[in-house]
Write a protein that binds this ligand. Structure first.
Ligand code: SF4
Length: 180
């Protein structure tokens, strides 16, 4: 079975892509590299949910070290950018470039990301970041728009069935919305 390195931002967004890739005959190897997540406690909650889900669904999970400095470097000067703006483009590229590099190291020819499940992200920007990262490391970016064919609805449904933790913000400190 052909492997695909699937970058995952959290368990909720991972649920449907894992199912779809398996249905299409691939073996998803899930890769957790998210230095954007703030604070560390939130990072640990998201990661532990994903570990639980990987055990339940029996997929391999590769966990990268938590290196918030990576995100700090790329977001310098872009702190007040709105969501979907330049900071987010850099954030997608940071994570996808690392995923492409990892795919190359592991001799996995294809990679993709769960980021496209979210209707709050611009698919074309994710695609651009993925394709650029693929070129950098000579691997192939699988251009899945996972929110299509009710992907977002299905992933939310799986999350409810599994009683998963659902975060209230994208991930970085700049995306935390004040409680009203
Ligand atoms: S809002 Fe989300 S995608 Fe944008 S920079 Fe923050 S964590 Fe990254």
């Amino acid at each position: 079975m052909q492997k695909v390195l699937l970058h995952a931002c959290c368990a909720v967004c991972c649920a449907y892509p894992v199912r779809l890739l398996r249905d299409e005959g691939y073996e998803p190897i899930v890769y957790f590299y998210n230095p954007n997540i703030y604070p560390k406690e939130e990072y640990e909650i998201r990661l532990s949910e994903l570990i639980e889900y990987s055990k339940k669904e029996k997929f391999e999970l590769i966990i990268e070290n938590y290196t918030p400095i990576d995100f700090e470097e790329i977001s310098k000067g872009l702190e007040s950018e709105p969501e979907k703006g330049t900071r987010c483009e850099k954030c997608y590229f940071l994570r996808l470039n690392k995923t492409a590099k990892k795919a190359k190291e592991l001799n996995i020819q294809n990679f993709t990301t769960t980021l496209s499940v979210s209707p709050h992200k611009i698919y074309q920007k994710i695609l651009k970041a993925g394709e650029f990262a693929a070129q950098n490391h000579n691997v192939k970016y699988f251009a899945y728009d996972f929110k299509k064919r009710d992907g977002f609805k299905i992933t939310q449904q799986i999350a409810r069935e599994n009683n998963m933790y659902k975060q209230t913000y994208c991930g970085c400190k700049y995306s935390i919305r004040p409680k009203i």
